[in-house]
Design a protein around this ligand. Sequence first.
Ligand SMILES: NC(=O)C1=CN([C@@H]2O[C@H](COP(=O)(O)OP(=O)(O)OC[C@H]3O[C@@H](n4cnc5c(N)ncnc54)[C@H](O)[C@@H]3O)[C@@H](O)[C@H]2O)C=CC1
Ligand SMILES: O=C(O)C1=N[C@H](C(=O)O)C[C@H](O)C1
Length: 282
Amino acid sequence: MVDATPTPVMVCGVGGKMGRATASAVVRRDGFELIPTALGKGRAGVVDVDGVAVTVIDVDAEDGEAVLKKAMETYPGLIVVDYTLPESVNANGELYVKCGVPFVMGTTGGDRDALLREVKASGNYAVIAPQMGKQVVAFQAAMKLMAEQFPGAFAGYTLTVTESHQSSKKDTSGTAKAIVASFNDLGCDFDVSQIELVRDVENQTGRMGVPEEHLLGHAFHTYRLTSADGTVSFEFQHNVCGRSIYAEGTVDAVGFLKRKVDAKDSKTLYDMIDVLKEGAMN
Ligand SMILES: NC(=O)C1=CN([C@@H]2O[C@H](COP(=O)(O)OP(=O)(O)OC[C@H]3O[C@@H](n4cnc5c(N)ncnc54)[C@H](O)[C@@H]3O)[C@@H](O)[C@H]2O)C=CC1
Ligand SMILES: O=C(O)C1=N[C@H](C(=O)O)C[C@H](O)C1
């Protein structure tokens, strides 16, 4: 029998740009319910998400663990989505593990190795990925596959990576970092510190071609490979305007995770390539 109960979702960081976009996608999508409570930082209050009034509880003022546990009791089967900030990633991951709540971590940055290690060791269900957009995840997966199939194929090539995002983005793109890891396996000697970050309007609208109306929300990435003698070059580019591609993918990830929890799957830690492989992305 199909379970008709909607999956309850708490969106931590709902006061921010991605949290708001994701909460809105949860409200729009059948089979999901946005719960009216969320954890926030320094911004207590009520956020209206398309008619759902979400009370944001400031983790600096109240006990986040108690808030989460209460929400888990009130909304059995709760799944948390995290779109907070790089400096909160590890502490939030630890909090969700401590409470035993399944979660989708879209937030980038922090100590990724520690996050993945600790969540995996805990056996807590989670999807953790720096990129939730279906087609970009497919590109990411293709680069990973190429590196697995043809390791070293681009040895001797010079790689340059340029990523442009809204000026409020402080960290280097987590997606670009993940793709650089595949280029490293393909033989390119490149460190993520060499990624060029474009955050100023002049370069964004000029060199990168970002439409003015998307200066506050875009992700334009270019990966360029050039052979040692300069006679051969490759360019991979993905340009995203707005945030709906990530918000929709996040809801797909919540649905995927819910099915894994219900099935008591022996694997508990996933990324978006797992979600894509299962055909679980709209
Ligand atoms: N995985 C993906 O596909 C995507 C990931 N992102 C990532 O999402 C993150 C958020 O980005 P934006 O929404 O643009 O940032 P933002 O600055 O607009 O929003 C962050 C929100 O999180 C809140 N916050 C900070 N620490 C918190 C904590 N400990 N607990 C609860 N709330 C907390 C802030 O008060 C703010 O409301 C970034 O790491 C970004 O790279 C963004 C787009 C897509
Ligand atoms: O902060 C953003 O906006 C984005 N963050 C993610 C990243 O760091 O790669 C995904 C996308 O680039 C948008």
